[in-house]
Ligand binder design. Sequence first.
Ligand code: F6P
Length: 342
Amino acid sequence: MKVGVLTGGGDCPGLNAVIRAVVRKGTQEYGYGFIGFKDGWRGVIQGRAVPLDIPAVRGILPRGGTVLGASRTNPFTTENGVRGIRENLAKYEVDALVAIGGEDTLGVAARLHAEHGIPCVGVPKTIDNDLSATDYTFGFDTAVGIATEAIDRLHTTAESHMRVLVVEVMGRHAGWIALHSGLAGGANVILIPEQRFDIDQVCAWVASRFEASYAPIVVVAEGAMPTDGDLVLKDATTDSFGHVRLSGVGEWLAREISARTGNEARTTVLGHVQRGGTPSAFDRWLATRFGLHAIDAVRDGAFGTMVALRGTDIVRVPITEATAKLKTVDPALYAEAGVFFG
Ligand code: F6P
């Protein structure tokens, strides 16, 4: 049995831990051979591959990023994409694919399996934690830790100058990073994409924090929108890859808060710092277990499935369960945090 491995979408701390676990167990226990495709689906389409064996995965467990490279290429929107995949899987004599990725990468794996009979097993990843079917994705815990540390640091400088500090964290469609880091870091306002915010209410919370003689910290997810969405949408840009960039909500908030309350405000955009560097112990643990169970799924011929965390168990679910709908923050969960606002 020869297994191809790829990492697609945005990189995420823990990807290397999955690759290592897949290769270690597959080689040691099942005698499989491995090949790594470079840069997600793009490398499969273009036939760019590297050998993967135990020496190749030695020492990569604590390393951030992915040794295989990543891209957001989708074979279904790339000319001759699926044909290229078929040809290269045949050329490299690959019997099964382990696709490690988020919604897009897993969606491709599900379609390749369902529509073209290509044997794929999925491993879910995203720092955003917005994939359905799994309690957590690896990368999320690391991102929350980085954002929390940043908030802790911002408290002391905010207090020293009695300024409003706005922290923009990642999360275009879901506010998991904002909610978890905001709670862990003791933020005074947390704004998430799932619920539009009222700028007057935000200013009232800011004012009440100052009245208590403390400086407010506002945590905002990059996809959060005010009730009057046009205020931010007019700042949206489309990059050369066609991705809509909504970044700007943090800057916009600082400007508005300052203009409306008369308090000085600054913005920190954490950006890709949240995705870089070594994974937390939890993410290494989860990614490693995902890898061990993914290669078992290959052995069992459980194609079209992906591994998922349920409680403390790793289970197999149809990939389509994860890609059908994003897992967003429940309003009741968000409401819990409200007691700390202001
Ligand atoms: O999905 C992961 C993520 O980091 C999001 O939180 C963020 O909006 C996006 O990727 C950024 O994408 P890129 O690295 O392509 O700018």
